[in-house]
Design a protein around this ligand. Sequence first.
Ligand code: SF4
Ligand code: SF4
Length: 298
Amino acid sequence: ASVGHLLNATVKTKIETHPCYSKQAHQYARLHLPVAPACNIQCNYCNRKFDCSNESRPGVVSKLLDVPQAIKRFTSVKSKLANLSVVGIAGPGDALANPDATFQTLKEIKRISPETQLCISTNGLALEEHVDTLKNLGVEHLTITINCIDPEIGAQIYPWVFYHHKRLRGIQASEVLISRQLAGLKAASKAGMLVKINTVLMPGINDEHIETLAKSLKANGALLHNIMPLIAEKEHGTFFGINEHPAPTDNDIQQAQSVSSVHMAQMTHCKQCRADAVGLLDDDQSKLFQQPDRYRIA
Ligand code: SF4
Ligand code: SF4
């Protein structure tokens, strides 16, 4: 289903100029600024020694930027790409596990360029407490990665969650994460943000759970569902070795999208882009703007 007919005119314009929210907006470019290295949870499919954003394209290393470097990259990209409409912070860790760098960067961009749309991507653990700040900064597009609403399933995906100075494990970790994600989703949509949910489809883990998940996401205010395939490569995690949990097929993804589409509009053109992506969704230009240095958080 397309989202267009469900929305009022202002929301429609915001969606129609954001290449990730609307397939028709493919002529608009986005820029991801990699200022957020830390993460407050661990997903079994992620290995943060590599560049792993919430937009879930792990395995590609890139250079982390501090705030002044990020602003410099923004000005340089903006001067070269006239069609740049969105600046997002999508890792390589979690945007809201690095609130200072994330907020300073967004604030400065809005100051230099008020017309630029701001976007962040998060696992949602720390979202509810930051909704007001995000709103005040002018963030209107928000992506939350939510893979399940059942803690038993969550326990197979998240080995730990770091919340309020405590490292939680097992079912308890997932209970806290899921309740924080749904509270964050509710608060953000109530505040008027356009919330897209990313779900990593993991055969044998959450593939039978999509209907329950989509229903609950919709009930809590999500606008768009982006179901993405698990990238099953050994180096991305100790748990999801390629032999234990193969990546879903195209058919698996289409089936999950069709189950979810009963409840929510689907994003079907996701490119699983990097935390430092630049340009059109179909033509990433990040190489043009990167320094050759590599980083590791080990
Ligand atoms: Fe925003 Fe995600 Fe699109 Fe980046 S890829 S601009 S974070 S929706
Ligand atoms: Fe990796 Fe993102 Fe999960 Fe954090 S939330 S562990 S960065 S996939």
